[in-house]
Design a protein around this ligand. Sequence first.
Ligand code: DSN
Length: 457
Amino acid sequence: MTTGIFRRTLAHGADLLAAQDEQLYELLEREQQRQHETLAMVAAASMADPSVLVCEASSTSNVTTEGYPGARYHAGCEVVDEVERLAVERAKEAFGARYANVQPHSGSTANQVVLCSLLNPGDVVLGMDLKAGGHLTHGASASMSGRFFTAIAYGLGEDGLIDYDAMARLARTHRPKLIFCGASSYPRTVDFQRFREVADEVGAYLVADISHIAGLVAAGLHPSPVDVAHVTTTSTYKQLYGPRGGLILVGRDAELRTASGKTLAAALQDAVFPYLQGTPRLNTVAAKARALGQVCTPEFRQLAERIVATSAALAKELDSRGHHVLTGGTDTHMVLLDVGRRGLTGRIAERALESCGIVVNKNSIPGDPHGPRVTSGVRLGTNVLALRGMGPAEMTECAELVDTVLGAVVPVGDRDYELDSTTRAGVAARATALCHRFPLPDHPLPTRAVAPTAAVA
Ligand code: DSN
């Protein structure tokens, strides 16, 4: 039945764009080149391969509808119904879930869906403090989760690990209706079982947000919350190497009755649509199906193993060069550095590294005296390094490059810095050379090198 029309449409579309909109085409080319030639170490990022990217570019994007497969509000859904069913089946298979919703536009939307389906405005939510590593949607005051609900925050102990006893005490005192676990900036294993015990004791729903560690969970390298928490949420573009989007998963509690009388699965289904979202992005759903299909392969398990081994090696190498690695190491893809102890801010470290072709992000750390635009920390991740085929051996060089920049940068106030041009040029050349030695798999190679991103004043 295949006629090649999908392939020809995409190729023709790229040709049309190049011929008719040179300005935009050039920007898209530049971005692709940048991704090839820089060391991407943002822990919240991964890299979707071209087979995922083409799903997003497919004509499923032209289908407007609402609802779910077999129960749409518009005609013309015969094919996209099959696409969405495939995505749901693959999500369930990848995570051993009984229920999956693949329509959330993002991980944040998935969390909003859960909050709005299970709580009433003003109800108490217990989540991890943003500065301790929690996510905005877990009750931060800057987000609707902290404005529409009564948010209480738990944090870390002196050792930098989640203080489970303090969290339990807060739960007993404030009797939350919902507890969030899972973090944006926490490099250690999360004890989902302990959270569930506390949730059961106080009568709360437990929601595990595994956005950062979803790949490790799917590969069996981090305990899974799917049958432990009432609900599990994740974004699909971090460790699942998929498109921008979110998933909602439920395990053994799928048939649990909620206060509305609906089962948990039915309540969540109705909360995605019609409560919070309208038309699904069916092209993104197709891309999720593709990425989730890859998650179920032995190759993905090998990638996940490399992510963890690479991250542990990076933490060790940075520590041996005198950097303060929070919690003393990592169990995941993530390494957190306290650069404040070196007299730097996260903002300066991020910008100096970017000027040398090393892409990280500034990050608040516990007790941070600076706000989120400056911070005292830097968060590194190995999702893309591992995808490129780098392993522990290459982390000596990566740590050396980071160390060279952070050792040479001279802060000017909290936001600006100076870095001598010899160091910048030397590190940038080595970073690019490393990228050339470990090209992005399955991506066509760039035909010319681009200069590393210039520092933004
Ligand atoms: N959740 C944000 C982060 O962890 O950086 C963006 O995905």
